[in-house]
Design a protein around this ligand. Structure first.
Ligand SMILES: [Cu+2]
Length: 159
């Protein structure tokens, strides 16, 4: 009798402590999906790298990206290029809203990711993982390909 009680207790306890939904594989499941994820990489001693992608939100609720991280860089910032008169200025974004049924494109000259101290040993064609953290606590992991300026221009730009 006690054993059964303990088993039942354990099952309930497990259900509460280990939610059945894993945050790691939510891509696509709850409406957020991405395409054209790439990092335009300039292999200098202090590599220059900007991240671009298209983020879709097919869900019924607005979503907001609050952070992007990767184990391949010291930091990732969300930036937006804005014109002030004739001067282009970089604005640091703390939040990136993705409206319900909407799409936001991160691209050169607009909203983009900026990588601080990206791993200098990365090679063109390699893929690294980026973790998008949302305001509601969810996380979506996406694969981003390391591309050259030329590949970015020839393969990903439509204008
Ligand atoms: Cu920037």
């Amino acid at each position: 009798m006690n054993i059964i009680k303990n088993v039942v207790f354990f099952i309930l306890f497990s259900a509460f402590c280990f939610p059945t939904t894993s945050f790691a594989d939510t891509a696509g499941k709850d409406g957020i999906w991405t395409e054209k994820c790439r990092i335009r990489y300039i292999p200098l001693k202090d590599p220059k790298a900007a991240g671009y992608m298209v983020i879709h939100n097919d869900g019924a609720e607005d979503r907001t990206v609050v952070a992007v991280t990767t184990d391949q860089a010291k930091g990732v910032m969300m930036h937006e290029m804005v014109m002030e008169g004739a001067m282009a200025k970089m604005v640091h974004l703390l939040e990136l809203p993705i409206p319900s049924k909407g799409t936001v494109e991160l691209k050169s000259g607009g909203i983009h990711l900026m990588f601080m101290k990206l791993n200098p040993n990365l090679k063109f064609g390699e893929t690294i993982q980026l973790n998008l953290a949302f305001k509601n606590g969810e996380k979506v992991t996406v694969d981003a390909k390391i591309v050259s300026i030329r590949e970015d221009r020839e393969m990903y730009r439509e204008e």
